[in-house]
Write a protein that binds this ligand. Sequence first.
Ligand SMILES: [Fe+2]
Ligand SMILES: [Fe+2]
Length: 403
Amino acid sequence: MPGVMTMMAVAPSPCLSVKPARLCSISSKELLVKKRSSSSAHLLRRSWAARAAATAATATATDPYVEQQMMQRLAEDGWVDEHILPLLTPVEEAWQPADLLPSFASSADEQRSQVAELQARAAGVPDDLLVCLVGNTVTEESLPTYMCMANRVAGGSDDTGRDGHGWARWLRGWTAEENRHGDLLNRYLYLSGRVDMAAVERTVHHLLRAGMRAIPRPTSAYHSLIYGAFQERATFVSHARTAGAAARHGDACLAKICGVIAADERRHEAAYTRASARAFEEDPDGMVRALAAVMRAKVTMPGELMADGRDGRLFDHFSAVAQRSGVYTAADYADMVEHFVRRWKVAELGAGLSSEGRRAQDFVCGLPRKIRRMEELAHDRAAKMEAQSVNFSWVFDRPVRTQ
Ligand SMILES: [Fe+2]
Ligand SMILES: [Fe+2]
């Protein structure tokens, strides 16, 4: 599932208007005041987001028992075995991180030569792309959080750790595939010599301890399937764009690495999209309300709580670099909402919808237009702003353009 910053805020973050030059000349007293007000604003924003999510969940609540029954039925009647499990790659056919990195089965000279080649290619990767890559890596490395999250879904959980039903086998298989993503990216970054690995590792440690804010109702199958489809698609886009950019900058090794990860995310997206489509067939009213609830809660990001112990707005800054470099943008989010509305035929849901379901349908179908409009306004505002940079601990405190 997750891998990336995915659906970032459309509006530019207020803190981006602070220039590094001003930060350098600021007094320690001023800095303390700024830090306090910034963290208060952050807390306020978070408590607002939590309230909005709770309101959205209550307003469009679906029946947990119905959701649980559907999940159990899909596993018991073999639907998961037939339509979801084939989307996992058999272990014998799957790539492993060692296949894409210098081989230590070769002679010492050959090992040194392979590492030197990797580093020579990585030398051409610009800092903004490195920041995107580190942000994606950190998010992939928080896989334990996501597995815990996925295992809370009523009717789809692996209660014993060795359950035989289809959803449990999918969850373990999906985790095994995802586990390679963080491993591969982490090893590439380490061997490249381009990033401060201690800062990267600290960020992973912080994020694992912080956890993640989930969908409005974490035990809801409907919310989880929808969230999974969005996250996997966003992750695919981000890794695929990073692959393209790496190739343009002459790093064929990184391009291959991001390319194979993107291909995995594509299969995972297909699984959650297919399962959501099936849930739409079973319970269109419940699913359209769940979709609206997830969208209204703004789809909180798996890596949203990342921290390096220094930059209080690390995720916002990472998102701004991804937006500016085109690795993942607000326009991608609008495209994604449009894609799923079309794929799940949301606009065509008809007579069986409740009044709440119809309201949810109207909201979701009108959402891409609203997001695009907000994105245009943000773009116009950004065009009028001066260039801004932020120093990232991940790249040894070098400044990277956020605006
Ligand atoms: Fe994935
Ligand atoms: Fe992944």
